[in-house]
Every structure is written in C-alpha cells, then in structure tokens.
Design a protein around this ligand. Structure first.
Ligand code: SF4
Length: 55
C-alpha cells in the first residue's frame, strides 16, 4: 500500500504480478534476468516495445 506497483518489463503494459516463484519484483525476477542477458531475447523485447510505441 502506498508503494508504486512496478511494471513487468516483459509483459508489456502489465504490472508485475510476481508470477515468477521467488521473485519480489522485476529486480530479482528470474525471467527478466533471463531475457535481459540473452541478446536475441533482449532485442526482441526492444522490438515489441517499439511496435507498441512505448518506452
Ligand atoms: S515476476 Fe517477473 S515476469 Fe512475472 S510479472 Fe513480475 S517481472 Fe514480470
């Protein structure tokens, strides 16, 4: 309560729902880590963001 809900960097436009077991937010989400450390996945995510016109 009172804390801003972090957005999920992967599920664009959705708040983090802590869908990853053990994650307390995007900062220690295993899935986010996986995508950000894989150049191809990271590029694909950047593409999706561009298509949506969001940052
Ligand atoms: S736990 Fe990770 S993948 Fe799940 S909503 Fe949060 S940031 Fe996104």
């Amino acid at each position: 309560m009172g804390r801003p809900v972090p957005q999920c960097p992967i599920r664009l436009g959705e708040p983090c729902s802590l869908c990853e077991p053990g994650a307390t937010g995007p900062q220690d989400c295993g899935l986010v880590w996986l995508v950000m450390t894989d150049p191809e996945l990271r590029e694909r995510l950047a593409e999706l963001r561009r298509e949506r016109g969001t940052v």
